[in-house]
Design a protein around this ligand. Structure first.
Ligand code: ADP
Ligand code: AMP
Length: 213
């Protein structure tokens, strides 16, 4: 099963991906995490992606599609977190899965009010090694600045600053929201209420996927 987690930055995709990974053994593939790892390692891709990420705009489709091809080659259930983000990427995903003889991807839309996203993102703390995220107010770690799981340091992302957040939400609105219709018209979209507290969102997902896995 290839499940696209669709929703704006801060909707809770990464938070819930970790829950689903643990519960169902599905593998989270986060394009943002892969790109940030490439930047830390100083790869060519990391250097190419840098200016777009800092500005909060999208990395060009051809780079992202090339990066995702090997990730999608293996069998097994996957949670796509942050991909596809454009119609060109969604078309490429459909074509690739077809070529690999896999079932078409289905999408879950994290339906959320844009008003809550600024607070969610400016309060986010992330473990760069694992991608797990916390929140000052909504999901604080047991000790400030330290991951409950592995004791690793938590950092705030450079693009979780007000100016880049505004750009990212605008980019989502213009370039990613067409994917809602894209998956809806082929009967491949389910919506969940992502405005609810974290546990309540998890429950919706577990109920939804429990029935089909
Ligand atoms: P995304 O992966 O969609 O960008 P995250 O999962 O990283 O979003 O969540 C963004 C921030 O909001 C994190 O700090 C997270 O702890 C917090 N968060 C996630 N889901 C909720 C929720 N349902 N209610 C309140 N805060 C949330
Ligand atoms: P995220 O961690 O999903 O918030 O992504 C962080 C940044 O990485 C985005 O603002 C983009 O610059 C880049 N990025 C992540 N995924 C994609 C994608 N599918 N297409 C283009 N750019 C992406």
């Amino acid at each position: 099963m290839i499940l696209v987690l669709l929703g704006p930055p801060g909707a809770g995709k990464g938070t819930q991906a970790k829950v689903l990974e643990e519960k169902f053994g599905m593998r989270q593939i986060s394009t943002g995490d892969i790109l940030r790892a490439n930047r830390r390692q100083g790869t060519v891709l990391g250097k190419e992606a840098q200016s777009y990420m800092d500005a909060g705009t999208l990395v060009p489709d051809d780079l992202i599609i090339r990066m995702m091809e090997p990730e999608l080659a293996s069998n097994g259930s996957k949670l796509l977190d942050g991909f596809p983000r454009t119609v060109a990427q969604a078309d490429a995903l459909d074509a690739l899965l077809k070529k690999n003889g896999a079932e078409p991807a289905t999408a879950i839309l994290f339906d959320v009010d844009f008003d809550v996203l600024m607070e969610r993102l400016t309060g986010r703390w992330t473990n760069p090694r694992t991608g797990r995220s916390y929140h000052d107010k909504f999901n604080p770690p047991k000790a400030a600045g330290v991951d409950d799981d592995d004791g690793g340091p938590l950092v705030q992302r450079d693009d979780d600053k007000a100016e880049a957040i505004k750009t990212r939400l605008d980019v989502y609105d213009k370039q990613t929201t067409p994917l809602i219709g894209y998956y809806e018209k082929s009967g491949r979209l389910t919506k969940i209420d992502a405005l609810a507290p974290i546990e309540a969102v998890s429950k919706q997902l577990l109920d939804l996927l429990g029935a089909s896995t």
